[in-house]
Design a protein around this ligand. Structure first.
Ligand code: AP5
Ligand code: MG
Length: 220
């Protein structure tokens, strides 16, 4: 049983790493971005409301996101543990998460922040391709799929996210600085936050995260 939070700016590798970590530790990956995109794709009421915020790089209102997270964390497959990717993204969400966990008598074992500088983030986002079906992420140069428009894992179509356009990327990076950086401080002051260098191969970064989790758990 292990509950983790993976933080980091847009393009840092949260999705890439949390998929690998969820397979390694047999815990559920909970990506608020992936859940929201699935709702947009299926044109659910939530998706229709969230779409406009996502396309301009703004945060989707807390009320919608929190309802979604409460529902997701209450599912049976999270009882073994979970890894949160893209949540919490502002201090009110972090406080709400604390409330949810307290109610379920659960805690967070570690908060890992993947650190990558802005120029590299822009390179990663501009070349990203994502699977419409399983949400696996590729990069045209750094992590190319075998066939340029097909997912290696499930064989379905790859696409470029609407919010990976240059203007939207800029807005997302600003929102990260103003809304999400305070969450780093929130967890640092509680002794849970550990930074990991996000530059290197995908495997090197996974190992650095696993090492950091080990250290963090040793302290508790
Ligand atoms: P979300 O989907 O969470 O997007 P994000 O935080 O902007 O992060 P990304 O998914 O863009 O990046 P990532 O860190 O997952 O990187 P990845 O592994 O793909 O959120 C999208 C939107 O949804 C938000 O703007 C907001 O509107 C809404 N939303 C979501 N959660 C919300 C919340 N809690 N509250 C309110 N609104 C919310 O990697 C990026 C690229 O780099 C890929 O191409 C990958 O192949 C490549 N790459 C990965 N690792 C490496 C490496 N080591 N070296 C080189 N390339 C690499
Ligand atoms: Mg992601």
């Amino acid at each position: 049983m292990m509950n983790l939070i993976l933080m980091g700016p847009p393009g840092a590798g949260k999705g890439t790493q949390s998929k690998l970590l969820s397979e390694r530790f047999l815990i559920s990956q909970v990506s608020t971005g992936d859940i929201l995109r699935a709702n947009v794709k299926d044109k659910t009421p939530l998706g229709q409301e969230a779409r406009e915020y996502m396309n301009r790089g703004a945060l989707v209102p807390d009320k919608l996101v929190l309802e979604m997270v409460v529902e997701r964390l209450s599912r049976g497959n999270c009882s073994n543990g979970f890894i949160l990717d893209g949540f919490p993204r502002n201090v009110p969400q972090a406080e709400a998460l604390d409330g949810m966990l307290k109610e379920g008598k659960k805690g967070i074992d570690a908060v890992i922040g993947i650190e990558v500088e802005k120029r590299e983030l822009i390179r990663r986002l501009s070349g990203r391709r994502v699977c419409r079906t399983c949400a696996a992420a590729y990069h045209v140069m750094f992590n190319p799929p075998v066939n340029i428009d097909t997912c290696d894992k499930c064989g379905k179509e790859l696409y470029q996210r609407d919010d990976d356009k240059e203007e939207t990327v800029d807005a997302r990076l600003k929102v990260y600085d103003s809304e999400t950086v305070p969450v780093v401080e929130y967890y640092r002051s509680r002794g849970l936050y550990m930074a990991v260098n996000g530059i290197g191969s995908v495997d090197q970064i996974t190992e650095a995260i696993v090492k950091a989790i080990g250290k963090g758990r040793g302290h508790t």
